[in-house]
Design a protein around this ligand. Structure first.
Ligand SMILES: [Fe+2]
Length: 252
């Protein structure tokens, strides 16, 4: 697994250079404007709950690695609730028609974020080998660490300006995301454990492909979030739906 972990670190360095992460922490921009991408993230924040429950978790198991993965899914599968809390506290919570909400969630503006979810499900559901599931989780966790470090700063800036506490966009979220699978061991013990895992040549080949696919999809999602953030504002965080568009698609 050592080589796989090295690749993850390499991809992490590249991932961390994406403009969104600098933008999230840019003190020259009002922190409320820096969070205007938040609606676009909804498909991932909510789907991640299902990924943990239905794709990564497998119960009952006698495999110690799958056991570790199961423990991890119970922690990480709950954070969607924090995302909702933050949207409420930020008042990014307008009343919308149900059909308008569906158009948004399955619309063009969120397509790469949805695709990331489909990719993660596709990679995970076809996986019965817990070692390869670990490669998926490790990649996700590392992208999470990069994003959450930037979000912790954004959350802090938001707290100062709004006098409210945030959960998803907070240092407390970063604290529970260690950057490794959370299987009940300390970061160092997990690190030692992972470094020593032996993979066959075939497993290594598959793990490398998995890592690259996960990072590629997260990269596309982060690029989309940045674009969304630039095309929307805190005052208008959802796309305006033009009546003519709805009419045109109804007629077509
Ligand atoms: Fe999380």
């Amino acid at each position: 697994m050592k080589e796989v972990l090295e690749l993850i670190q390499l991809r992490k360095e590249e991932f961390a250079k994406l403009p969104l992460f600098e933008y999230l922490q840019n003190e020259n921009i009002d922190p409320r404007e820096r969070v205007a991408w938040a609606p676009c993230f909804a498909p991932f924040a909510m789907n991640f709950k299902d990924l943990n429950a239905y794709a990564l978790r497998e119960e009952p198991t006698t495999d110690p690695i799958q056991e570790m993965i199961n423990t991890h899914t119970y922690e990480d599968g709950q954070h969607w609730a924090w995302y909702l809390t933050d949207l409420e506290r930020l008042n990014i919570d307008p009343s919308m028609r149900f059909t308008e909400t569906l158009r948004f969630l399955w619309g063009d503006e969120t397509k790469r974020t949805r695709y990331l979810c489909y990719e993660l499900f596709a990679i995970t559901l076809s996986q019965t080998d817990p070692l390869l599931k670990l490669a998926i989780i490790e990649s996700i966790e590392v992208t999470g660490t990069v994003a959450l470090a930037a979000l912790a700063k954004l959350g802090q800036d938001l707290e100062e300006i709004t006098n409210k506490h945030y959960r998803y966009f907070s240092a407390r979220h970063l604290d529970v995301e260690t950057g490794h699978v959370q299987g009940g061991l300390s970061y160092d013990d997990t690190d030692n454990f992972l470094q020593k895992l032996q993979l066959t040549e075939q497993q290594k080949k598959q793990a490398i492909e998995i890592v690259n696919r996960v990072f590629d999809s997260f990269t596309n999602c982060v690029i989309e979030l940045m674009e969304y953030g630039q095309n929307h504002s805190f005052a208008q965080p959802f796309p305006k739906i033009h009546k003519s568009e709805i009419l045109a698609s109804a007629i077509a």
